[in-house]
Design a protein around this ligand. Structure first.
Ligand code: C2E
Ligand code: CA
Ligand code: CA
Length: 404
């Protein structure tokens, strides 16, 4: 969606929509002021004057209703556009109870508006105004949060179109020879005027809508492009170099993911390198059947699946046999733990042994010191990842390391 479909700029006095027109969007005021008014017999009757963060036009969004009033800018005004499409997507993602509540509220509001119009009460009666203002106060934090999220979603959409995302790569080192065996691809957003935004700030927003699917496809394609460049830089190797890509829960049900993966794998034919997909423990537990099917499809394509963040969620060893994963990545809390307690060290040793018995490789992340890498090696862990061997960095850095 282009940015002008997401934003509207109005000059002072400009009419946004007229009463009786079909409505296809609601609006949030980013700056400026809007007047909502009705026109009867050419007399303009002001219903409300709205300012920053106010939402309006939402009634037409939740059905096929026409605009019940007109809207015009009182001064130069900047609006965020909330489309029908956008709202429907959110409604489909909401739980049935929320959907039901929303529909009921909308219905009640419609009835009230119809009643007000029939009784000639164009304005909200003064005694109701107080109640509305109180509710407004209670809701203002929610509203602020919701709009900030909406703004980020729209910025992310534009960021994808403008190429503001970049993949960084963090080395994964094989402990047997302490050589780089592969890289984890980690997304970064370079937001103009803000610098780098960490994924923890925008991935959850993208995950809340289907945006993660489009961003995910970009990540996949870029990871394969980068892997091929790494393969060329690495020259002849016995062990294939790999790149791991993080997957979000929603991507598992994206019908475009597997065809895209299959197409990209085709491009690797004849090369000595591979892609692995990182799926978190909590995602697996929440979607057992989907994940099993997904892993089976990946296996048919020759793509390995790696269990990420082991130890942060349910940490139940009993379910591991349900999934044909190839590698298990221990969360960095294990590294911190084994440095300070014998008991933690025993847990790591036990978990590693069990993973090996099940035919899995073991990686531990968050290794920041040489002693931690040495300790991991002594415990039989196969690979380490962490700031000690390298922070996530642009592709050029990885290529330099592979050549050097
Ligand atoms: P994750 O998959 O567990 O990624 C590992 C995180 O640990 C990365 O943070 C990495 O920079 C950080 N890290 C690596 N070594 C060390 C270390 O030695 N010490 C410490 N303290 N931290 C270390 P990052 O890049 O900020 O990513 C955070 C999370 O965002 C990731 O956690 C992952 O869940 C998500 N994420 C990042 N990139 C992607 C992506 O491309 N797709 C998806 N779906 N999620 C992503
Ligand atoms: Ca990961
Ligand atoms: Ca992890």
């Amino acid at each position: 969606m282009s940015e002008d479909r997401l934003r509207r700029t109005l000059a002072a006095g400009e009419i946004l929509f007229h009463q009786g027109q079909q409505g296809h969007a609601a609006y949030v005021i980013e700056s400026g002021a809007i007047e909502i008014f009705s026109e009867r017999d050419d007399v303009r009757q002001v219903i409300a004057q709205l300012g920053n963060n106010d939402i309006f036009g939402e009634m037409a969004l939740l059905g096929d209703a026409v605009r019940s009033a007109s809207a015009a800018a009182l001064e130069p005004t900047q609006l965020l556009v909330v489309t029908h499409e956008h709202l429907n997507e959110r409604l489909l993602g909401a739980d049935p109870m929320t959907r039901h509540l929303l529909r009921t509220v909308v219905l009640r509001c419609r009835e009230m508006l119809a009643w007000m119009r029939a009784s000639g009460a164009a304005r909200v009666p003064p005694e109701r105004m107080g109640a509305l203002a109180d509710a407004d106060e209670v809701e203002s934090t929610d509203r602020e949060l919701a709009f900030r999220r909406l703004r980020t979603e729209q910025e992310l959409e534009a960021a994808l179109e403008r190429g503001e995302f970049q993949l960084y790569f963090q080395p994964i080192v094989r402990l047997s020879d302490r050589k780089v065996a592969g890289y984890e691809a980690l997304i970064r957003w370079f937001k103009p005027g803000h610098g780098m935004v960490p994924p923890s700030e925008f991935i959850p927003v993208a995950e809340a809508s289907s945006l993660i699917n489009r961003i995910g496809l970009w990540i996949l394609e870029t990871a394969f492009d980068s892997l091929m460049k790494m393969d060329a830089a690495a020259g002849a190797r016995e062990e294939p170099i790999f790149v791991t890509v993080n997957l979000s829960a929603r991507q598992l049900t994206d019908p475009e993911l597997l065809p895209a993966l299959s197409m990209q794998v085709e491009r690797l034919k004849g090369r000595n390198c591979r892609i692995k997909l990182e799926v978190t423990e909590s995602l697996m537990i929440g979607n057992v059947v989907e994940v099993q099917l997904f892993i089976a499809h990946c296996r048919d394509l020759g793509v390995h699946v790696l269990l990420d963040d082991f130890g942060t969620g349910y940490c139940s060893l009993s379910y591991l046999h349900l999934f044909e994963v190839h590698t298990m990545k221990l969360d960095r809390s294990f590294v911190r733990g084994m440095a300070v307690s014998d008991a933690s060290e025993k847990v790591v040793r036990g978990v590693t042994r069990m993973a090996h018995d099940l035919g899995l490789n073991v990686v531990v992340e968050g290794v920041e010191r040489l002693e931690e890498a040495d300790q991991a090696a002594a415990l039989g862990i196969d690979y380490v990842q962490g700031y000690f061997y390298g922070r996530p960095a642009p592709l050029a850095d990885a290529l330099k390391k592979l050549v050097g």
